[in-house]
Design a protein around this ligand. Structure first.
Ligand code: NAD
Ligand code: ZN
Length: 365
């Protein structure tokens, strides 16, 4: 078992990583509770697989747990999902010191986190992420949100969890495509500022995806500590530091928007292609060695991840894609900050390039 701490000024919280930790959720959470009562929120897929184990671990500590099972899928991160969850929590008689348990992927984590930021003006919650994406990214850092008609994640709050409990063995049941999509976010940490970790990914990525437990544990621990460090440096993304986590995401969002955020392209798959495009754009502008851009493409392509517009199933022109980027919520004063790179592990934020330049690049990509 491994324990990391996210330091946020006067506040901090722990991230615990351990195989089989699902059966110790009760032991980890019980000491924090003011009364032996909690509420578990999960989705239908995860409930079938893991809810009974988590409930049993709480019961073993004498903690009574009620549970709400929401439909699986992005549609749950909505006003309707939020209304249902918040009304349920109030109906359950939630008290501010209770710890709501978010058991599932990023959809459940983002929704529960946001609900807990507003119910009774703020309740505690515990993240128990069960997808690779949630284990390496969304469960840590305190960004919570729902989607609205105008776009994804536009209504939300910063609300940090009280504790994050990661059991890598839950990945055994995760569909291969979801695993690959989460893996793209792992690679991202190497590309941001850690060339050695990217080289580790090149050597171990295939084993990780094939089920190697040690590789999974190492990738999760490394990713989470990188994210914790970045979040500690810039909790609310007021400087450029946290923005680096968006490497591949501006290009990726354009691809996601173009596919209508459908199952045709998962978020992490769009990020994989987006990271390649960010490196190729940087190379085209003379900022990054072409060989580094090729290494990124080859690694992701070798694992069967999207690594180009065509392999992401996109055949639209650059102007259409750049138009999606213009609606990115990171646009400031009409300019979209892009995460570009001087090479593997040397990313930076810039708003030197207009969307017309990006559109022309995408036409040739
Ligand atoms: P998800 O929560 O929809 O999970 C993907 C699918 O896997 C679902 O069908 C789910 O039921 C299923 N599943 C979950 N765990 C499983 C398991 N162990 N075995 C089998 N099936 C399992 O999607 P996700 O990729 O985890 O998260 C995506 C969401 O995360 C998006 O809404 C995105 O905006 C958000 N996100 C948030 C942040 C953040 O910082 N808050 C960062 C990145 C992404
Ligand atoms: Zn992402």
């Amino acid at each position: 078992m491994e324990r990391l701490t996210v330091e946020l000024g006067a506040r901090s919280y722990d991230i615990v990583i351990g195989d089989g930790l699902l059966d110790a959720v009760g032991a980890q959470v019980a000491p924090r509770l003011k009364r032996p009562r909690t509420m578990i929120v999960t989705d239908a897929h995860v409930a079938d697989l893991y809810l009974a184990r988590v409930s049993a671990s709480l019961a073993a500590e004498g903690v009574a747990a009620s549970s709400l099972v929401l439909p699986a899928g992005e549609g749950t991160k909505s006003w309707e999902g939020l209304a249902r969850l918040t009304e349920w929590l109030i109906g359950e008689g939630i008290e501010r010191s209770d710890h709501v348990i978010a058991l599932g992927g990023g959809v459940i984590g983002d929704l529960v986190g946001f609900a807990c930021s507003i119910v009774k003006r703020g309740c505690a919650f515990v993240q128990v992420p069960t997808t690779l994406l949630a284990q390496v990214d969304s469960s840590v850092g305190g960004k919570t949100a729902i989607n609205v008609a105008a776009g994804k994640n536009l209504i939300g709050a910063f609300h940090q969890p009280a504790l994050v409990l990661i059991d890598p063995t839950t990945l055994a049941t995760l569909p291969a495509r979801e695993l690959g999509a989460g893996y793209a976010e792992v690679v991202k940490y190497g590309l941001i500022d850690d060339a050695d970790f990217f080289a580790w990914c090149e050597a171990n990525g295939a084993a990780l995806l094939a089920g190697d437990g040690a590789a999974r544990h190492k990738a999760i621990a490394h990713s989470v500590s990188a994210k914790a460090r970045i979040v500690a440096a810039d909790e609310r993304e007021t400087q450029d530091v946290r923005a680096l986590l968006n490497l591949g995401h501006s290009f990726g969002h354009a691809l996601e928007a173009e596919t209508g955020y459908s199952d045709r392209l998962l978020h992490g798959e769009a990020v994989a292609a987006g990271m390649v495009l960010a490196h190729q754009f940087s190379a085209a502008k003379g900022l990054c060695p072409a060989a580094d851009a090729a290494r990124v493409r080859d690694h992701l392509a070798g694992l069967g991840l999207p690594h180009s517009l065509a392999s992401a199933g996109i055949n639209s022109g650059g102007a259409a894609l750049a138009a999606h980027m213009a609606h990115d919520k990171k646009v400031r004063g009409g300019k979209l900050p892009l995460i570009l790179t001087h090479g593997i592990g040397r990313s930076f934020v810039t708003d030197d390039y207009g969307l017309d330049t990006v559109a022309a690049f995408l036409d040739g990509a």
